[in-house]
Write a protein that binds this ligand. Structure first.
Ligand code: ZN
Length: 167
């Protein structure tokens, strides 16, 4: 599984707050294509711009491997408008190879965003899709899934995190 194009935990870009996309041009489209190829080669379901070394506010989700009705989506300038309910489940992150954590998230999310042409959309998602959207959206504010576990659990993981950390 080639995952060497994804920025790993310890890379400062993963803690940056990303900037809104204002230019919807060929460069943005090429960057999104590059993100999809990285996601595919890493065999993941979601990737945020900082994981590809860029600080524009966009992420991609591709659940087509899990759900054949699902189309890959690019979320540019996403805004989480509403969350409801709660789900608990195992979560991974391409920036933390081999680390899976039990993370509590809302069960349902309403998110508005723009596409690569700047057109506005709003969707509702539940379950795994909601989890993926919330996880990737966090990346745009420099928030990582390890920030969602308790201080005690993080302490328990300290040794493993130290080994994972690059730089
Ligand atoms: Zn992640």
């Amino acid at each position: 599984m080639a995952n060497n194009l994804v920025r790993k935990f310890g890379d400062p870009v993963l803690r940056e707050r990303c900037e809104p996309v204002t230019v919807f041009d060929g460069d943005l489209k090429r960057f999104a294509e590059r993100m999809f190829s990285i996601l595919k080669s890493a065999n993941g379901v979601g990737l945020a711009a900082p994981q590809a070394g860029d600080t524009r506010r966009l992420f991609i989700i591709d659940l087509s491997g899990q759900d054949f009705d699902s189309e890959p989506i690019v979320f540019v300038n996403p805004v989480i408008e509403k969350v409801e309910g709660e789900q608990q489940g195992e979560e991974g992150c391409l920036s933390f190879p081999g680390l899976y954590l039990d993370v509590k998230r809302p069960e349902k999310v309403t998110v508005s965003f723009q596409d690569l042409d700047g057109k506005s959309h709003r969707i509702e998602a539940t379950g795994l899709a909601a989890r993926a959207i919330l996880h990737e959206n966090d990346h745009l504010d420099g928030i990582l899934f390890i920030d969602h576990i308790s201080a005690y659990d993080r302490e328990m993981l300290a040794g493993r995190l130290k080994k994972l950390k690059v730089g």
